[in-house]
Design a protein around this ligand. Structure first.
Ligand code: CAO
Length: 434
């Protein structure tokens, strides 16, 4: 004998007026045991309401937007033959011909239909944007819709779900995000064409080496800065002949265990003096690009080459420290940087960065601003050059300097004046006392 099974809302723990947000079947549909018939949503969770019988849906008693409580009749299912024999749970059953009341009394015994909480909601649904019409039109459970909303995905843009009857599943949302991200990277949000993938092995033997974390993060940051900042690099030379004589004299006074003073320390001092003179270089642009945030402290980032890649420890309050103190701090900090022992906080709070390649060589380069700073000073190798003094060529030690600045903040003239000030301080370090 065919049995008509009533599917009712089971005991859901004293919660009344639960929203029906989705009904996934219609009369005449074949349903399997445990197949979701409808999706309910309370303040705290979404729940799938599975069928406790396999068979054919005879009649539906709910629609999206209805409110239901424990015992509300959801649907009747005409149990199929095989289900008759084994699978049918202890449901209130009536003869196929018997009329079914639309709103029957709640059953006193717990029914076999058990809602499965799908996802706890972080906030009551009333406080959460309910999603637009198209969200609700999408064939997805509220939990999946909520997940999509949290990721900022307009769910109706997912055209085909991989679930039953095209239902959108969490994995579909994930895949959609991955696809958009991949397209975003390719397009970089600026219509930049993606780099082609080349199989280099077709030309000869290759080896793949995974980039370490520092290189990966540095690369991402540099690309972001490159794409966001209009940068200009200005080149200059400073005569450091006298400075170098003074440095050598100071080092000659030191014992062999003392930390030697490198030219970089004087460059740091000259840079800070120039920052005091040109406060717009000791600044950051606000995120909306409307304000310049001027800094009253003088923290200098120093790019340090380490076996793991480039790191930028920050020397703090450089304006209050002397040459010897800074030398010791730079030696100690760059040493720890090379050993990979810097704490993240030691690489934060910089105002401007120096990238010195002078120990290696070079005549000029174009460093990339360490945004949100607005400028970076590059240094390459000083060398003796014949310089015309008006009467004759004299040998002078000339230091090449490169200033890259964010052109949204710094004008070309300001950049040139800033660099002229640094040149003047390095050319006559007595000026640092003024
Ligand atoms: N011209 C000529 N000689 C220079 C020089 C310059 N501009 N800069 C440094 N030197 C000399 C030093 O005097 C030193 O000589 P001695 O061995 O005879 O004393 C030698 O080069 C090595 O100096 P150093 O590099 O150890 O010391 P430093 O204070 O100049 O620099 C630091 C310190 C930490 C910046 C450096 O060690 C370093 O890591 N440099 C690499 C920076 C880097 O990777 N930048 C990133 C580039 S991409 O943006």
């Amino acid at each position: 004998m065919a049995l008509l099974i009533e599917i009712k809302v089971p005991d859901v723990g004293n919660v009344a007026d639960i929203d029906v947000v989705d009904v996934l079947v219609k009369p005449g549909d074949e349903v399997k045991l445990e197949q979701t018939l409808a999706v309910l949503e309370t303040d705290k969770a979404s729940m799938d309401l599975p069928s406790s019988a396999a068979g054919t849906v005879q009649e539906l008693f709910i629609k999206p937007g209805d409110k239901v409580s424990e015992g509300t009749l959801i649907a009747t299912v005409l149990a199929s033959a095989e289900a008759d024999s084994a699978e049918q749970p202890e449901q209130p059953a009536v003869e196929a011909s018997a009329p079914v009341e639309k709103a029957p009394e709640p059953v006193s015994e717990p029914v076999a239909v058990k809602p499965e909480p799908v996802a706890a909601k972080p906030e009551p649904i009333s406080e959460t944007p309910a999603g637009n019409i198209s969200d609700h039109a999408a064939h997805a459970t509220p939990a999946v819709r909520l997940y999509a909303r949290e990721l900022g995905v307009e769910i109706h843009k997912i055209t085909a779900g991989s679930g039953r009857k095209g239902r959108i599943l969490k994995d579909d949302v994930k895949n959609f995000v991955k696809k958009v991200m991949a397209e975003g990277v390719a397009q970089s949000g600026s219509g930049i064409p993606a780099m082609p993938t080349v199989d280099f092995s077709q030309f000869g033997e290759i080896e793949e080496q995974k980039l370490n974390k520092i290189k990966r993060l540095t690369g991402q940051n540099l690309s972001r800065v490159w794409l966001n900042l209009p940068m200009v690099t200005y080149h200059e030379e400073a005569d450091i002949t006298e400075m170098e004589a003074f440095r050598n004299a100071l080092n000659a006074e030191k014992s062999k265990d003392d930390i030697k003073i490198t030219g970089l320390i004087f460059i740091i001092k000259a840079l800070v003096a120039a920052l005091e003179q040109f406060p717009q270089f000791n600044a950051s642009l606000s995120a909306d690009g409307e304000k310049l945030i001027l800094k009253k402290y003088f923290n200098i980032g120093i790019a340090v080459d380490t076996p793991n890649g480039l790191v930028v420890p920050v020397l703090r309050n450089v304006n209050r420290k002397g040459i010897n103190e800074l030398s010791a701090e730079l030696a100690e900090t760059s040493n720890r940087a090379r050993l990979g022992k810097l704490m993240p906080a030691e690489m934060q709070g910089g105002c401007i960065t120096i990238s010195s390649l002078g120990g290696i060589g070079g005549t000029a380069f174009t460093p990339i601003v360490n945004a949100p700073e607005v400028a970076i000073l590059g240094v390459t190798r000083a060398k003796m050059q014949p310089v015309w003094n008006g009467n004759e060529f004299v040998p002078r030690l000339m230091l090449p300097l490169d200033l890259t600045y964010d052109h949204r903040v710094i004008d070309g003239v300001e950049g040139a004046r800033f660099m002229a000030a640094i040149k003047q301080y390095l050319g006559d370090i007595r000026r640092l006392l003024l």
